[in-house]
Design a protein around this ligand. Structure first.
Ligand code: EPZ
Length: 417
């Protein structure tokens, strides 16, 4: 079982590049099932979730090859419409393949993704929308069997919550459906916009994406296209957090300012100076951070739930008290017990976590329990005094490409053993 050993307190310096966005690449990989011919996807992150998604494409009969960070997918050979349980279990977000498989094959068979480290992960919004579009869905023994009665048709869908995955599955089912689909209260995340940008290049007719109402006019076919995946805004926030807790000056390449509108002010409030020009962010952080007071997670463009854990690591050593409210997932504070082991002072009551900043954290042995929690432990360890050992880094590798190598290149004393 691999683990990370981090000698904290080292300043970071130099330049670091942000990888392509995991949560953009995944739905785009699913979307390649819908187009004829070859798709060339640049800036694809080399992470285990993408590896699983590529294995799913190959299992379905597609050709998928990766060269450096470019993924080439040709789905013309697709000859299956099911995802086996082992692959569903390896990555719960495989549910994002459902809409595309149904649209392409007229049927689909997969397993309930099941709970994950963030608590139950229901898919009721996905299924009720697909039923409205003409998909008959039977759920039994944890298996979801879908069959299109005549043809997938457009529908008016109002989402009670702007679910990212449900919005993606509806778009993937609607682009080749008969007629028009309107999604009200759609998710507005940049990864939705990136998915729609790619689909429009393939010939899809999608309007209003990035806003709360998305309109899709079904077309008869889509052609493969070339696309560059947007940078990962959560990885960017993680790198900024690493600079903040080590009092460093760091240049981070691959910043789209609007994607971080809800995150940048927190670093300013904490006393960090930032300059952004041509997608490069230069952040200079003080020796002692000020508490940024509060962060409540909301759907985009609000403060992203995926940045909550790493921002909590910043708050643990800031001067003052910070209140977090986690409004998106039921249990997304599993990193708190390990941050506490490093010396943090955090009180959790349901959705609320109150962090009393301490002078410094101290190295200890900790175990990551989920992806962003793992990242928050790395951030905290970089600023802690002494040696920290982090187990469970398989979670980190789901979403962060060669993270320990990238951090070591800018001065961190971090090793994977
Ligand atoms: C996506 O998950 C991301 N994953 C998550 O990132 C991210 O945290 C989340 O969006 C919110 O931004 C991918 O894109 C692969 P949701 P998703 O549907 O689609 C409830 C990471 O760290 N809900 O917006 O699953 C759900 O339980 C991951 O990279 C229903 O009740 O998020 C949750 O409480 C973690 N019924 C809330 O909505 C449904 O049918 C948000 O879920 C669907 C969702």
């Amino acid at each position: 079982m691999a683990k990370l050993i981090i000698e904290g307190g080292k300043k970071l310096e130099g330049e670091i590049d942000v990888q392509g966005a995991k949560n953009s690449a995944l739905p785009i990989l699913s979307a390649t099932l819908l187009s004829n011919g070859e798709n060339i996807l640049h800036c694809c992150p080399i992470i285990s979730d993408i590896n699983v998604a590529t294995r799913i494409l190959r299992y379905l009969g597609c050709k998928a090859s990766i060269n450096d960070h470019t993924l080439i997918v040709d789905s013309s050979g697709m000859n299956r419409c099911d995802i086996p349980e082992n692959l569903m279990r390896e990555m719960r977000s495989s549910i994002v393949f459902l809409g595309a498989i149904v649209a392409r094959a007229g049927e689909a068979e997969m397993y309930f993704p099941g709970g994950c480290e963030l608590g139950p992960r229901p898919i009721d919004l996905h299924l009720s929308a697909l039923r409205k579009m003409g998909v008959q869905i039977d759920e039994r023994y944890g298996c979801i069997s879908c069959r299109v009665r005549e043809r997938l048709h457009g529908a008016k869908i109002v989402l009670p919550f702007p679910s990212v995955g449900a919005t993606e599955n509806i778009i993937l089912a609607a682009v080749l459906a008969k007629g028009t689909t309107v999604i009200s209260n759609a998710a507005r995340e940049p990864e939705i916009t990136d998915l729609c940008d790619y689909l429009c290049k393939c010939g899809a007719k999608i309007y209003g994406f990035g806003e709360s109402t998305i309109l899709i006019d079904g077309v008869d076919s889509l052609e493969g296209s070339v696309h560059t995946i947007i940078p990962d805004r959560i990885v960017a926030a993680t790198l900024m957090a690493a600079a903040a807790v080590t009092g460093s000056e760091l240049t981070i390449n691959g910043i789209i300012t609007s994607h971080l509108d809800a995150v940048l002010p927190l670093f300013e409030d904490a006393g960090c100076k930032m300059r952004i020009k041509d997608g490069r962010l230069k952040i200079s952080c003080p020796k002692r951070l000020r508490a940024f007071k509060s962060a409540r997670t909301m759907p985009y463009p609000g403060f992203p739930t995926d940045a909550q854990a790493v921002m909590m690591s910043v708050a643990t050593v800031a001067k003052g008290t910070t209140v977090f409210v986690e409004n998106i997932f039921d249990s997304r504070y599993r990193h708190v017990e390990d941050l506490t082991r490093l010396g943090a002072s955090i009180k959790v009551a349901n959705k609320v976590a109150v962090v009393e900043g301490v002078e410094k954290l101290f190295g200890a042995k900790v175990v990551a329990k989920e992806l962003r929690g793992a990242a928050s432990l790395v951030v905290a360890a970089l600023g802690a005094e002494g040696t920290t050992e982090i187990k469970g880094i398989n979670f980190l590798e789901r979403g962060y490409e060669n993270f320990e190598i990238a951090l070591a290149q800018v001065g961190a004393d971090i090793k994977k053993i």
